[in-house]
Structure formats: C-alpha cells, structure tokens
Design a protein. Structure first.
Length: 161
C-alpha cells in the first residue's frame, strides 16, 4: 500500500512543472494555438506515461504476479516461475494459515500445484479473472474439438464388429 502512494509526489511534481514551466510557442500547435489547451494535452500525456512508469515499478516488486500475453510470472517458494497460461488446467481459491488467509492455487496438466498469490493482494482479482477466463475458454475449445472429432469419426461398419 505504501508503494502505491509513493508515486503520487512524482505525479504532483511533474504536473506542477508542466503547469509552471515556460512552453515554447512552437509547441502551441499541439493545442491549436492555445497555451492552456497545450498544457492540458501535455499534462494528459505525462499522466499516461507516468501510468506506465507506475506499472513498471509495480512489476519490479519481488512478489508481484505478472501476466503478459500468454504467460504468467509469479514467485513460488523463493523462485520466479514462468508458465504458459494454456498449461493451467484449474485455478481455485484455498485457505492458508493466518498471514495469507486465502490464496489462488494453479493446477497444471502434469499435476503440479502452485500458490499464485494471496487473494488480498492488489490486482489479484484482475489476474484471477484473466486466467480463469482463458482456462475456461481453453476447456470449451477442447470440448468442442473433442465433439467435432466424435462427429467426424466414421461409424463402425458391420464387418468391423
């Protein structure tokens, strides 16, 4: 929680600089010739870029779970694990001892089980929803593929029985 508030002073100082700094008149083109509109557009661009900086700072936290593309990175028993999301068969919530209380559990096709992160962790709900949706969709695709294969399989002829 402290890290979340750690970047607010950075936002304040940078936006204060955008508001007080002298903007070259050539840049006024950005705001259609209006200095105030130019400052507003620059401030919005700075907020967007600082959002990316904040995201990068959060991913550098050792216990952070990172979902990028089709992979999931997280710490498990002291080392960082990288898993393809398609290898995950189930994601559940299980009870853990008091400091953690509840944690998301990943189960892979080979039977391996990993503790992903505590439920109370910031951003855990979003990671859970993305992974659960992808696991559910993969399961539906596999079921459809199996049903299609059964339909396409030729019926046994009386000679083969």
């Amino acid at each position: 929680m402290v890290a979340r508030f750690g970047l607010w002073p950075v936002y304040f100082v940078v936006l204060l600089a955008v508001g007080l700094a002298r903007i070259p008149s050539a840049w006024w083109v950005i705001g259609a010739g209006y200095e105030t509109l130019t400052r507003l557009i620059i401030a919005l661009a700075v907020i967007y870029l600082l959002g990316w900086l904040r995201m990068i700072a959060w991913t550098l936290i050792p216990g952070a779970v990172i979902q990028f593309g089709r992979r999931l990175w997280f710490r498990h028993r002291g080392r960082r694990i990288r898993l393809p999301i398609k290898a995950i068969t189930t994601i559940d919530v299980e009870q853990r001892p008091p400091p953690v209380n509840e944690a998301f559990i990943l189960e892979l096709a080979d039977g391996a089980v990993y503790d992903m992160c505590p439920v109370s962790w910031d951003g855990a709900e979003r990671i859970y929803s993305v992974v659960a949706r992808r696991v559910r969709r993969a399961r539906l695709r596999a079921n459809r593929r199996l049903a299609r294969a059964k339909r396409r399989a030729p019926a046994p002829t009386p000679d083969e029985s």
